[in-house]
Design a binder for this molecule. Structure first.
Ligand SMILES: Cc1cc2nc3c(=O)[nH]c(=O)nc-3n(C[C@H](O)[C@H](O)[C@H](O)COP(=O)(O)OP(=O)(O)OC[C@H]3O[C@@H](n4cnc5c(N)ncnc54)[C@H](O)[C@@H]3O)c2cc1C
Ligand code: FES
Length: 261
């Protein structure tokens, strides 16, 4: 798998809500090599602080050599990134990690919770390109409130998949959690659930999929220093009692491989 270090120019800056920002970056080699579920490491500042790059899922790619990231302002790195401007260059390294294993012969149920929706646009786009019929495929998107969900709705509607939204406070889409949506909608037998979101959401999806006998691929997060297997900082517990490295064995795992709380 090829990885590239690029000084990527920001070609578009979109503030989707107060805390959520989408950047489009010209990163030709990364865009050409990326697969859904992979991520990039971005140096958010040319100063010493913060020194470490930050990981971000590849939100989508385009044929003109661009990638997008979608992020929430959390701490120092993302705060700095939020002040970046169109025309600036950012050091970007990737694509990294093991992405989703797309099953074109099975119905897809794509589930994104909160910022976990970030890698799902790329995934939905790729699935809709690879499959001749997506009428049995679902996209379920949940967030805390309207401002998290509404700005991305139209992007997900374009694929012709069955698209459902929920918010915790009921301000947009159905009221409740995305895990309640899947229980109500019941994806067809043989579906593959592809999920990214908070750990509690992934854990509940794992239980649901086990009960229903569905394959469940989850994209998980951990704090990362190097992003490429050198520091061991991203280890999380595996079901067999050992550990897995999120950065190069993941971030996408079969949910059954992981030790859930
Ligand atoms: C593979 C991967 C893909 C990611 N994709 C996205 C994405 O598409 N969009 C997005 O908004 N975020 C994404 N993240 C999370 C993102 O990397 C962090 O939000 C970012 O690194 C925070 O940097 P910061 O300097 O702003 O905050 P820091 O100052 O570094 O951290 C602020 C607080 O958040 C905690 N924290 C930092 N990173 C994580 C983490 N990964 N998990 C749990 N707690 C954490 C810290 O311990 C600290 O308490 C991803 C993480 C991983 C591992
Ligand atoms: S982040 Fe360094 S080994 Fe995974």
């Amino acid at each position: 798998m090829s990885q590239y270090q690029e000084n990527a120019t920001i070609t578009r800056y979109e503030r989707l809500s107060q805390d959520n920002i989408r950047l489009t970056l010209q990163a030709d080699s990364i865009a050409a090599a990326a697969k859904p579920g992979q991520f990039v490491m971005i140096r958010t500042s040319t100063a010493k602080d913060p020194l470490l790059r930050r990981p971000f899922s590849i939100h989508q790619t385009s044929t003109n050599g661009r990638i997008q990231i979608l992020f929430k302002i959390l701490g120092r790195g993302t705060e700095l990134l939020a002040h970046a401007q169109e025309g600036e260059q950012l050091p970007v390294f990737g694509p990294l990690g093991h992405g989703f294993d797309i099953r074109t012969d099975r119905p897809a149920c794509i589930v994104g919770g909160g910022m976990g929706i970030a890698p799902m646009l790329f995934l939905a786009k790729r699935i809709s390109r690879l499959k001749s019929n997506v009428a049995s495929d679902f996209i379920l998107f949940g967030g805390r409130t309207r401002t998290e969900v509404e700005p991305l709705s139209d992007d997900f509607r374009q694929f012709g998949m069955r698209f459902y939204e929920a918010t915790d406070d009921g301000s947009y889409g159905e009221k409740g959690f995305v895990t309640q949506l899947i229980q109500r909608l019941k994806p067809p037998k043989g579906s593959v659930v592809y999920a990214c979101g908070p750990e509690s959401m992934l854990e509940q999806l794992n239980i649901y999929c086990q009960v229903k006998g569905l394959e469940c691929q989850v994209s998980v997060e951990s704090v990362m220093a190097c992003g490429m297997g050198a520091c061991l900082g991203c280890n999380i517990p595996a079901k067999d009692g050992g550990y897995v490295h999120v950065c190069y064995e993941g971030p996408v795992f079969n949910a059954e491989e992981l030790a859930w709380k």
